[in-house]
Design a binder for this molecule. Structure first.
Ligand code: FA5
Length: 331
């Protein structure tokens, strides 16, 4: 039968030799488990005389307490080592500088917007802007949409709960900026006005309830439809380059006469409606205090988001709103 002191010495040796918490758990079983020499010694107590049993029992209890202390102390040591190793393995060096740091960039619609401004500024235009929350007058009235005129139904307008019902709205197009510019400045006028527009349209591959247009307005002497067609063509060539072409189709807008819709043909042969255009209607000139006998002009307005689709070969407008960096990072 092993002496209690020997059991303690043996436990100390094995505990020191255990290099991991798992190994230490095995040591604990070996030195104090059910089949350990300690357990055997306890069982043997039953065969002793009461006097001797008491003394031996006390010695064993003391040994057991020492063994437990030794194991617990070693466990704390090994746990600290394991924690330090884990920290070292998971450490992130936040001061490390990547060789090619990843930079963000402007959204594809913002890039398109800015490139369009550049093209038109290069053609001698100035950039103008107007409010997104607009009055009924600038969005419709000044643009020769009489009250109750069916042409107003062409736009599924979102009205704002402000003032008299029906007087304040989210602009459905950038054309109200035409009226604001003509009111504020004497001709000649060469402006483009990019901005956000709103319609109660259901989202699909070519429509969003929030989208962007860029408006163009020219007012000068002797301006003809030929100038309009030439400007659209010059723009298409400057912006898209070879492989793309444009066409005008007769259309109707209350604020232009004659009016046309223009489409862009992609290199794969498909057409996409890009915008509307026409000669500024005399009624619009009159509403803005410009004499239509002396001044002529043309206007156009087209979708910036749709232009981005054509330019970058994207097939669905909704992709532009997903905010998925894997998609946006491609442009
Ligand atoms: C207009 O908004 C006229 N103001 C354009 C105009 C300006 C005509 C100046 C004459 C003179 P239209 O509703 O067709 O027209 O819209 C013009 C373009 O805006 C469309 O061709 C399309 O490119 C874009 N657009 C219109 N609705 C949406 C929408 N829901 N989502 C994305 N793009 C749209």
């Amino acid at each position: 039968m092993a002496e209690p002191e020997q059991l303690v010495v043996e436990a100390e040796r094995q505990a020191a030799a255990a290099a991991t918490l798992d190994e230490l758990r095995a040591v604990r079983v070996a030195v104090s488990g059910k089949r350990s020499p300690l357990a055997d010694a306890r069982k043997a107590l039953g065969g002793l005389e009461p006097e001797a049993r008491r003394a031996a029992g006390q010695a064993l209890n003391a040994a057991m307490a020492s063994i437990d202390e030794i194991l617990t102390a070693r466990e704390a040591e090994l746990a600290a080592v394991a924690r330090a190793e884990q920290l070292a393995a998971e450490r992130l060096d936040l001061t490390e500088v990547a060789e090619h740091p990843a930079h963000g960039h402007l959204h594809v619609v913002t890039q398109t917007w800015q490139e369009l401004e550049d093209v038109f500024v290069g053609m001698g235009y100035r950039v103008a802007e107007g409010p997104e929350i607009e009055s009924e007058w600038y969005n419709f009235g000044a643009l020769n949409f009489p009250p109750g005129h069916p042409a107003r139904d062409m736009y599924d307008t979102l009205y704002v709960d402000y003032g008299e019902p029906g007087t304040t709205l989210l602009r459905t197009h950038t054309s109200p900026v035409q009226a604001r510019v003509m009111e504020g400045q004497a001709p000649p006028v060469y402006v483009v006005a990019p901005g956000r527009c709103f319609r109660q349209d259901t989202a699909d591959a070519t429509h969003m309830p929030v989208f962007h247009q860029i408006e163009g307005l020219v007012v000068d002497r002797g301006i003809s439809l030929g100038d309009l067609a030439g400007t659209i063509e010059a723009f298409t060539a400057a912006y898209f380059g070879p492989g793309f072409s444009s066409r005008l189709r007769p259309s109707y807008f209350p604020f232009t006469e004659p009016s046309a819709e223009f489409d862009i043909q992609r290199p794969d042969g498909t057409w996409l409606e890009l915008g509307g255009c026409g000669m500024v209607h005399p009624k619009v000139f009159e509403a803005c205090g410009i004499d239509p006998e002396q001044w002529q002009g043309f206007a156009f307005g087209f979708g910036i988001d749709r232009l981005a689709l054509i330019r970058f070969g994207i097939d669905d407008l909704r992709e532009l709103w997903t905010n998925d960096v894997r998609f946006l990072g491609q442009f």
